[in-house]
Design a protein around this ligand. Structure first.
Ligand code: CTP
Length: 420
C-alpha cells in the first residue's frame, strides 16, 4: 500500500472524539496525518492527544506567527495528498460553500489545490435544513466529496441522518478518494470540472421518476400500489453523488429528498407525465416509478356514500398515459432511456418484451415474487439489446451506485461531454 499524506481538519461537535480513532486507523495503514483543530474542535479533543497519535505537530485555530514562518498556511494546505474534514459541522460546510476563510482551518480549505473529503456530523434538523442541503449541493458541484451522514440516535436524543460516519467508513472513503483522485482546482485557473472516475456523471443531467402514483376516486379514496420509492430515491441520491444534476419526479412517499437533488412531488400519473415532459431534455431518464396503469374514469367531487341498497358503486377505469413509452417516442427522447420492470414470473422474457414495447435502451428487471415491494434489497437483471447482466442481491443503495457506473459508461459512449 502506498503511504499518503492526509491533512485532517477536525470541527467541533460531540463526534470529534471519533477523529481520534480515525487518526489511529490512518496511521495504522501507514499514512501520515497532520491535524488541524478548529476552535470548536478544541473543546472536544485536545491537541496533545492528536499530536501523540499522529506523531505530528497539531495546528489550532490561532495563526501562530512562528508556524507561519516555518510552514505557511498555503504550504500546509498543499503538501497533503488529501484534505479531510471530520467532523464537518454545518458551520464548516457553510463556510466552505461560501468561501469564507476566517480561521486557520477555513483558510486552508480555501487555499488548497488538493481533493477535499468532508464527513458531516450534526443534528438531524441541521442536516435536513435547506441551507445545509444547498451548501452540500454547492460543495459537491465544486468537486468536494461530501459523505452522507449515518442515520440513528443522536447525542441530542433525536433520530435521523446526521451522525458522523464510523471511522472505518471514513477511512474507506479516504482510501477511495486517494485511489481515484477527484476534482482538483488548478492554481490560478478555472476549476477543472473534467469528469474523473470519482465523479463519473459530472456535467450530466439526469431525470428519475420514483414511488407510486395515487389516482383519486373521490376526495378520500384513491387507487395505488405498494411501491415504497426507496429504489428510485437511492438512484437519485447515487446520481447526485456521482456528480449529476438530478431532477426527481416523486410520487407520494414520505422519504427525505437526497442531498443535491431537485425534487418535484406529484400525485397522479398524468401529473407525473407533465412534470417529466417539462423536465426534458436530459442526458438520461431513469423511470423507476410504479405508475398506476389505470385511474378512475370519473372522479367524484364528493365522497361516495353507501346508499343503503347494498349495491356497490360502479368503478369504471381509464388507462393512464405510459410515460416511459411516450418519452421514448418524443422528439426530446434522452440519449439514454432506462425503464424498470417488477415481474413475478418469466422475469427476463417479460423484460425483453418490455424493452422492445416501450422503446427504451435498458430495462432493470426485478423478481418481486420472492421479494415484495418495499424491501431493502433488490436482485436485478439489466436487460438490453446486447444481452442480460444478472447482479447479485444487493442493498438498494448498492444497486443504485452500480447502476450509475453502468449509466456513466453508456453515456460516455453515446454523448461525449462538450469539452471532451
Ligand atoms: N411506466 C411508465 N408509465 C406507465 C407505466 C409504466 O412510465 N403508465 C414505466 C415504469 O416507470 C417502468 C416501466 O414503465 O419504468 C415498466 O413498468 P411496468 O409497470 O412494469 O410496465 P407496464 O407497462 O405497466 O407493464 P405490465 O403492467 O404489463 O407488466
Amino acid at each position: 500500500m502506498t503511504h499518503r499524506r492526509i491533512l485532517l481538519i477536525i470541527g467541533g461537535g460531540i463526534a470529534a472524539y471519533k477523529a481520534i480513532e480515525l487518526v489511529r486507523l490512518l496511521r495504522k495503514a501507514g499514512h501520515s496525518v497532520r491535524c488541524v483543530l478548529t476552535r470548536a474542535g478544541e473543546q472536544f479533543v485536545t491537541p496533545l492527544t492528536l499530536a501523540a497519535l499522529s506523531e505530528n505537530k497539531v495546528y489550532t485555530y490561532l495563526f501562530d506567527l512562528k508556524d507561519e514562518v516555518e510552514m505557511g498556511h498555503i504550504q500546509l494546505s498543499r503538501e497533503a495528498d488529501l484534505v479531510v474534514v471530520a467532523p464537518a459541522t454545518a458551520d464548516l460546510l457553510a463556510k466552505m460553500a461560501g468561501g469564507i476563510a476566517d480561521d486557520l482551518a477555513t483558510t486552508l480549505l480555501l487555499a488548497t489545490d488538493k481533493p477535499v473529503l468532508a464527513a458531516p456530523a450534526m443534528n438531524v434538523r441541521m442536516w435536513l435544513h435547506p441551507a445545509t442541503q444547498r451548501n452540500v449541493a454547492t460543495l459537491r458541484g465544486d468537486g468536494v466529496t461530501v459523505m452522507t451522514p449515518d442515520e440513528g440516535e443522536m447525542a441530542c436524543g433525536e433520530y435521523g441522518p446526521g451522525r458522523l460516519p464510523e471511522p472505518e467508513a471514513i477511512k474507506a472513503a479516504i482510501e477511495t478518494a486517494l485511489a481515484q483522485g477527484t476534482v482538483v482546482q488548478p492554481l490560478g485557473g478555472q476549476p477543472d470540472f473534467a469528469p474523473s472516475r470519482h465523479r463519473p456523471l459530472y456535467g450530466r443531467r439526469i431525470l428519475v421518476t420514483a414511488g407510486p402514483t395515487h389516482e383519486p376516486i373521490d376526495p378520500v379514496r384513491y387507487i395505488a400500489n405498494r411501491s415504497s420509492g426507496k429504489q428510485g430515491f437511492a438512484i437519485a441520491a447515487a446520481a447526485a453523488e456521482a456528480g449529476a444534476e438530478v431532477l426527481l419526479v416523486a410520487g407520494p412517499v414520505p422519504l427525505p429528498t437526497p442531498p443535491g437533488v431537485v425534487r418535484v412531488d406529484v400525485e397522479t400519473a398524468r401529473e407525473m407525465a407533465a412534470e417529466v415532459e417539462a423536465g426534458l431534455p436530459v442526458d438520461a431518464a431513469i423511470m423507476v416509478a410504479a405508475v398506476a396503469d389505470w385511474r378512475a374514469a370519473d372522479t367524484s367531487a364528493q365522497k361516495i356514500k353507501k346508499d343503503g341498497s347494498g349495491e356497490v358503486p360502479p368503478l369504471a377505469l381509464a388507462e393512464n398515459p405510459d410515460i416511459l413509452a411516450s418519452v421514448a417516442k418524443s422528439a426530446k427522447r434522452p440519449p439514454l432511456l432506462v425503464g424498470f420492470a417488477a415481474e413475478t414470473n418469466d422475469v427476463i422474457a417479460h423484460a425483453q418484451a418490455k424493452l422492445a414495447r416501450k422503446g427504451c435502451d435498458l430495462i432493470v428487471a426485478n423478481d418481486v415474487s420472492a421479494d415484495p415491494m418495499g424491501g431493502e434489497t433488490n436482485r436485478v437483471h439489466i436487460v438490453s439489446k446486447a444481452g442480460v447482466d444478472s447482479w447479485d442481491r444487493l442493498p438498494k443503495e448498492a444497486v443504485a451506485r452500480k447502476l450509475m457506473e453502468k449509466i456513466a459508461d453508456e453515456l460516455d459512449t453515446r454523448v461525449p461531454l462538450a469539452d471532451d
